[in-house]
Design a protein around this ligand. Structure first.
Ligand SMILES: [Zn+2]
Length: 253
C-alpha cells in the first residue's frame, strides 16, 4: 500500500447510531456527503476513530455467482450487515445477486466498471468508470452507491479530492488487509483479520475467493467473541443506513 493513508477522525460522529445525522459541531471530522449531510474537505477514509467496539466488514470484486450467495447466507445466519464494493461489469452480469445484497440490508459501494489501476487514467476516464458503475447499481437496486473504493487502492490524493468534489463520493480504503487474494488458506485469513481488528477498523476482503468465504464463519464468530459489533461503512461514518438515504442524481459533467 503506497498511498498515504489519512486517518479519518470522526469522534462522536462515528458509531452505531445509523439514523443520527452528524451535528454541525461534529462536522470537523465528517467526510463527505450526499446532500442530506454536512460537507467538508475530507475525501479519504481508512478507519474510523471510535471508542465503540465496532468494525466494518467489506467485500470487494463481486458479485460472484456462487460465492456471493454463500457469503450472504453466512451473514444472514448471524444477522450481520456488511458492505460490498461491486464491479460494475459484474453487476451487469448478475443484477439479481446485486438486488439480493441490497434487499438483505447490506450496503453497496462503487468499485469501478472494469477494475483498472485508476492512477494511470485520465480524469475523464476515471469519472466514466465510476459513473457507469453508479448507473448499473442504480438500475439494479434503485439507489446509487454513496462511497467508492479504488481497485488496488491505486488512486492519487488529487483524484480522491476530484471525486469528492465532483461526485460527492468519499474514497474508502481499509485498515485491515488479510491479503486474501493471495489465497493463503481460510485459517490464515481468519487469524489475520482477528489479529488486526481494532475498534473502528475497516476490514478488506474479497468474496470471489472460496478460501475467504470458508474463513468467514470463524472470522465473524471470532470477532463477536472478542466483543466486536458489525456496521456498514455508512454506519461507521455516522450516516443513515444506505437503504434509507435520500439522494438525487448528479448531472454528468
Ligand atoms: Zn478490487
Amino acid at each position: 500500500m503506497t498511498l498515504d493513508r489519512r486517518m479519518f477522525l470522526s469522534g462522536a460522529a462515528g458509531g452505531l447510531v445509523a439514523t443520527a445525522l452528524p451535528s454541525s459541531s461534529a462536522a470537523q471530522g465528517v467526510i463527505a456527503l450526499p446532500d442530506d449531510l454536512v460537507s467538508n474537505e475530507y475525501a479519504t477514509v481508512t478507519a474510523v476513530a471510535t471508542p465503540q467496539p465496532v468494525v466494518a466488514m467489506t467485500f470487494d470484486d463481486g458479485p460472484h455467482p456462487s460465492l456471493t450467495p454463500r457469503l450472504l447466507d453466512i451473514l444472514a445466519a448471524r444477522n450481520i450487515k456488511a458492505t460490498f464494493y461491486l464491479i460494475g461489469s459484474r453487476v451487469a452480469q448478475w443484477p439479481q445477486i446485486t438486488r439480493r445484497i441490497a434487499a438483505e440490508g447490506h450496503e453497496i459501494g462503487n468499485h469501478t466498471w472494469s477494475h483498472p489501476y485508476l492512477n494511470r487514467r485520465s480524469t475523464q476516464n476515471v469519472i466514466r468508470e465510476i459513473d457507469r458503475t453508479t448507473e448499473v447499481i442504480f438500475d439494479a437496486t434503485g439507489r446509487p452507491p454513496v462511497t467508492f473504493r479504488p481497485p488496488y487502492g491505486a488512486f492519487t490524493r488529487s483524484q480522491r479530492l476530484m471525486l469528492h468534489e465532483h461526485r460527492r463520493l468519499p474514497t474508502i480504503l481499509w485498515s485491515v488487509d488479510p491479503q486474501d487474494w493471495r489465497r493463503p488458506g481460510a485459517n490464515a485469513v481468519a487469524s489475520r483479520i482477528l489479529r488486526g481488528s481494532r475498534p473502528g477498523a475497516i476490514i478488506l476482503s474479497h468474496d470471489i475467493h472460496s478460501g475467504t468465504i470458508a474463513a468467514m464463519p470463524a472470522t465473524l464468530d471470532g470477532l463477536r467473541a472478542r466483543g466486536m459489533q458489525f456496521a456498514t461503512v455508512s454506519q461507521m461514518l455516522g450516516w443513515p443506513l444506505w437503504q434509507t438515504r435520500h439522494f438525487r442524481r448528479v448531472a454528468a459533467s
